[in-house]
Design a protein around this ligand. Sequence first.
Ligand code: CMP
Ligand code: CMP
Length: 317
Amino acid sequence: MGTLGCGIDTVLVPPLVCAEAFNPDDDDEVEEPRVVHPKTDEQRCRLQDACKDILLFKTLEQEQFSEVLDAMFELRVQPQEHVIDQGDDGDNFYVIERGIYDIVVLIDGVGTCVGQYDNKGSFGELALMYNTPRAATIIATQEGALWGLDRATFRRLIVKNNAKKRRLYEQFVESVPLLKSLELSERMKIVDVLGMKTFSDGERIIMQGDRADCFYIVETGEVKIMMKSKTKANQEDNVEVEITRCSRGQYFGELALVTNKPRAASVYAVGEVKCLVIDIQAFERLLGSCKEIMKRNITHYEEQLVALFGSSMDLRD
Ligand code: CMP
Ligand code: CMP
């Protein structure tokens, strides 16, 4: 996977349990005027590119998304600069245009690097969503560029949208077998940060050998898992073989995240497919306790591969 690039293995951080009542309709923050930071066409292009895969924006209406883009402002950061310090109040949400950023969390009083953002993604949503102190320190390891979104706009648009997301996905997420063992509040935190993506028939969702940065749950439709044999890596007859299919409520793309290896197989949409998507940082933070269930599944994967290729293809870390 390579995203935990700060020289340590994944450190499981207990999920943040937040007691704050989640009702943005009762938000006591006074409705603020719409924030607009004017941008050149060139800036707007870069901003749109940086935002196109941001999961928190994926479920916004077009009008809300335009408001978000209008309100965002550009920031340059220097090596070793702390963009966020754990314990501070939350001021902005950040989208990465470029740069590498370490995620450092105090564990038993010791600052521990639990992950890294590598030229994409976003951070700083938790303090703004739950009115809590910053849960991690974010340090730029090199010169970088970010886009910020102020707290008031974030709460007015993203947090309001999350209330809708909770109503929309609560029942479905409850029915996903993998997530059964979680508390309701933990499942709702997953809903708060997940994105939804649709894929058309035949579209490739995951490519074997790629670096992994997210995890998928099928909401509607079906996907097929296809694999090329490793033993025939450079041979012409190394065509992809179908291993299995996943449908509503099933998940895929977890293996590379739990083994820290590249994607073990490719995944394609069969017909139109809707998937819930969780990024690797949220996966580490919120699904740590489900990892044992996922690891148990590896034996089943290996059996499938032995039956198809005669060997289990080195799936484990
Ligand atoms: P926030 O608490 O506002 O500020 C720090 C951010 O770091 C946090 O939001 C998340 O966006 C991000 N982050 C990434 N990984 C973690 C983690 N394991 N624990 C806490 N925060 C994390
Ligand atoms: P990942 O390796 O992240 O991306 C490809 C996904 O295919 C993998 O995670 C699993 O979720 C899924 N998959 C299903 N069956 C198998 C199998 N037998 N071997 C490997 N991956 C499988």
